[in-house]
Design a protein around this ligand. Structure first.
Ligand SMILES: [Zn+2]
Length: 112
């Protein structure tokens, strides 16, 4: 019986749409999504109990995880622009990084 009322983030931030699209277009990765996911706080829960949206995630540990993870993604995506052979412009990278940082800020806000 799972009576955990909290909404978590996936440890991979639910391979959220922006990340998935970026990875898909950059590396050709777009796998099927598993129905049970590992959360940012280390649990295994149904995907339906997770969300990549800051306003929906109620698990505090997961919000902190998502905050750190988005900041990490922002740094990674900025580095992509400097990677030879990848079709990512500095403009695209800067735009994506800004979105990740905005999301990170929302996850660090206790009011969502
Ligand atoms: Zn959690």
């Amino acid at each position: 019986m799972n009576d955990d009322p909290h909404i978590h983030v996936g440890a991979d931030l639910n391979a959220d749409a922006a990340t998935r699209d970026l990875l898909a277009s950059t590396f050709g990765l777009a796998g099927d999504l598993p129905s049970v996911v590992t959360t940012g706080c280390g649990q295994r829960v149904p995907r339906a109990m997770t969300s990549p949206l800051p306003e929906r995630v109620t698990c505090l540990a997961c919000r902190e995880h998502a905050h750190r993870q988005h900041l990490r993604y922002a740094e990674q995506v900025e580095r992509l622009a400097d990677t030879p052979g990848l079709n990512v412009t500095r403009e695209q990278a800067r735009h994506a990084a800004a979105e990740y940082r905005a999301l990170a800020a929302q996850f660090s806000d206790p009011d969502g």
